[in-house]
Design a protein around this ligand. Structure first.
Ligand code: S3P
Length: 449
């Protein structure tokens, strides 16, 4: 592996395995900053993910007058933060709040800002400014805020005039944890009860973390309710490693002959760990041990032994659980024997890029047999992959998925515009080198507190 600042060059690996830990969970880091900021005191957050996306949330909260101190920093960035919560009412931001590339920042912040009695403006980069925001505007408007989408086709920038909100019952038209969370956060500020009905279960970090901050939510099947006016009690929080980052290594090791890999202290929340079940169905040898169930989130170690994989069909209720892992699952399917069919994953088209067409373009360029569908793809695995010059499409997960593909390809694979990887996994390139070299992890991380 080598490269210019925004290029990543990968060669076929002779070895893949070892022991590693991955940086903090992205979804959980965002929520920890937001809820700590809304709490009425000081909260220490350990294992924070210092990625571009999560730092956008830190900056957003700082622009609302929340003081956040860095207590410890690793070579990746600030990993232990002290958030001085200022209660449910935040300060008025001096200018636009820049959400960068982060959909989670924009959508969850919309929910919080809908409950504030001032006008604010959320902006994002080119990719975020093309992503659908109607899905949060609709319920938050129904609750009583006035949100104007200033971009084309109902997209960001969003001008939010918050105010007095009322509780609603809202049936999500798409299975989205971001929309669910935006509505629940707005529900904190609303009069009466707010209920969100999910078509399919999505990641439940917001509900778990609200509980930790002593806010009561009620979950009955796919319905989650919250009563407005509850206060958040400050608390400390240790963020587990991100299973969506671990997924790249778990997938690579699963299909790398003779590989042995151990990843420690990974988040094993059942609404996120579907990747392990999908790979196991493909024939992977994976074990995981939940070491702690405290601190709102399950956390433990994953062990993988490499072998041969086979194609499977992936559709239905599992899809939201593995939505961020589908690019690396598609790469793994190309390395497996037989046919993999992915369906019900139309949401992939509105992620940081259109991930169905990005995966199809890049896999095809490497010689794989892949057919696109509106809501997924069909991959006929087992064709040898050849190195190619590939676009990341500015999408961190596309860049990382194809860095893994490069480990199995003949010749060099060059991933252009790879600096987007820092959106979710700063240190990815270094970890890739470590796992291909057999050298033990040398990065220092905050141990679980
Ligand atoms: C996220 C939810 C998912 C996921 C994203 C993070 C979250 O998005 O793709 O990376 O933190 O809630 P959707 O809610 O749009 O499905």
């Amino acid at each position: 592996m080598q490269g210019k600042s925004s290029e990543l060059r990968v060669r076929r690996a002779n070895y893949f395995g070892g022991e590693i830990s991955v940086p903090g969970d992205k979804s959980i880091s965002h929520r920890a900053i937001m809820l700590a900021s809304l709490s009425s005191g000081d909260c220490r957050i350990d294992g924070f993910l210092p990625s571009a996306d999560c730092l956008a949330t830190v900056a957003a909260m700082q622009s609302l007058g929340v003081n956040i101190d860095v207590l410890e920093e690793s070579n990746l960035g600030p990993e232990c933060l002290l958030v001085h919560g200022r209660g449910m009412v935040t300060g008025v931001p001096a200018g636009d709040i820049d959400c960068g590339n982060s959909g989670t920042t924009m959508r969850l912040m919309s929910g919080i800002l809908a409950g504030q009695r001032f006008t604010s403006r959320l902006a994002g980069d080119e990719s975020l400014s093309q992503r659908p925001m109607g899905r949060v505007i609709e319920p938050l408007s129904e609750m009583g805020s006035v949100i104007k989408a200033e971009g084309a086709k109902g997209c960001a920038p969003l001008a939010i005039s918050g105010g007095k909100l009322k509780g609603i019952r809202y049936e999500l038209p798409v299975a989205s944890a971001q929309v669910k969370s935006a509505v629940l956060l707005a529900g904190l500020f609303a009069e009466g009860e707010t209920t969100v009905v999910q078509p399919i279960e999505t990641r439940d970090h917001t509900e778990r973390m609200l509980d930790l901050f002593q806010v009561r939510t009620r979950t009955e099947g796919k319905e989650i309710s919250i009563s407005g006016g509850q206060k958040l009690e400050p608390c400390d929080f240790a963020v587990p490693g991100d299973i969506s980052s671990a997924a790249f290594w778990v997938a690579a090791a699963s299909v790398f002959p003779g590989s042995q890999l151990k990843i420690s202290r990974v988040g094993l929340n059942p609404t996120r760990s579907g990747i392990l079940h999908v790979l196991a169905r493909m024939g992977a040898h994976i074990t995981n041990t939940v070491a702690s169930e405290g601190n709102a989130e399950n956390c433990g170690d994953i062990t993988v032994y490499g072998g041969e994989l086979r194609g499977i069909e992936i559709s239905g209720d599992i899809v939201p659980n593995i939505i961020d892992e589908l690019p690396i699952i598609a790469v793994t399917a190309a390395l497996a024997e037989g046919i993999t069919v992915i369906r019900d994953a139309g949401e992939l088209r509105v992620k940081e890029t259109d991930r169905i067409s990005a995966v199809a373009e890049n896999l095809r360029a490497m010689g794989a047999d892949i057919q696109e569908a509106d809501d997924g793809m069909t991959i006929r695995g087992g064709k040898p992959l050849r190195g190619a010059c590939l676009e990341s499409y500015g999408d961190h997960r596309i860049a990382m998925a194809f860095a893994i593909a490069g480990l199995f390809a003949s010749g060099d694979t060059l991933i252009e515009n790879a600096d987007c990887i820092a959106v979710s996994y700063p240190g990815f390139e270094n970890d890739l080198k470590l796992l291909c070299s057999g050298v033990e992890e040398e990065r220092e991380r905050n141990p679980a507190k």
